[in-house]
Design a protein around this ligand. Structure first.
Ligand code: DC
Length: 220
């Protein structure tokens, strides 16, 4: 039977790329829930809605056409915004809208609906604590802010985006603080989650470690 696997942790801890690798190995689908908050932020900015205007944002979400394709592409109002949601402005904007309880409730419902048949790896901040509270295996991935900033620099360079290490490090620390100290569903490790510190690990090592945990828990 296919289960759903939550992978939570701070930004740039490697959740997304590990989720992709794991999905391939297990024949599962990766749902990047952060991309959904990013799409909300992008849509709000495009429509000139303030990122702290909960009422307008909730209303906007209820009329918003968002498709999370199994191959990872994010389609907003029939437009592929997969790249546009990766800028620094949208990273901060996503963190801003993710503070709003109404926004969280709407996206959590969408996420639970998408993965209701099982076979999904969901990466985010509140998956093990809220979205999939009863999941049999939960992973919490961490890495030092410096290691994460370094990885983001490489990632951005590969995509031809801005790659100022000091600026990225500052943004990561700011976003960590905001994500961990917000009132609703702050980033925390679920009590039953298994923590992996990826600072000094290669992607293959992390993927092997997660696979081992998943197989031990599911008994496959
Ligand atoms: O994973 P990411 O960096 O793409 O996420 C963007 C922002 O969205 C992040 O700052 C916090 C928020 N987020 C959240 O609150 N809950 C999730 N499940 C996923 C992301």
């Amino acid at each position: 039977m296919k289960i759903n696997i939550p992978i939570d942790g701070p930004s740039a801890a490697g959740k997304s790329s590990i989720s992709d690798m794991l999905a391939q190995r297990l024949g599962y689908t990766h749902l990047d829930t952060g991309a959904m908050y990013r799409a909300v932020a992008l849509n709000a900015i495009r429509k000139g809605i303030a990122l702290d205007d909960e009422e307008k944002i909730v209303d906007m979400i209820s009329n918003m056409k968002l498709q999370m394709l199994p191959d990872g592409r994010v389609i907003l109002e029939d437009e592929d915004v997969s790249e546009e949601i990766r800028t620094n402005e949208i990273s901060m904007g996503a963190s801003d809208v993710s503070k709003l309880q109404g926004c969280r409730e709407a996206l959590v419902k969408m996420q639970q609906n998408i993965c209701k048949e099982g076979g999904y790896i969901l990466d985010g901040r509140d998956i093990g604590t809220v979205v999939l509270k009863d999941a049999p295996v939960k992973i919490y991935m961490v890495a030092s802010a410096e290691a994460r900033a370094q990885r983001r620099v490489l990632q951005n360079q590969n995509q031809g985006l801005e790659a100022d290490y000091e600026q990225i490090l500052e943004d990561i620390k700011k976003r960590d603080y905001q994500d961990m100290h917000r009132e609703h569903s702050p980033l925390t490790k679920a009590e039953d989650a298994i923590e992996i510190d990826t600072s000094d690990m290669t992607k293959d090592e992390v993927c092997d470690a997660v696979m081992k945990i998943v197989l031990e828990k599911t008994g496959d």
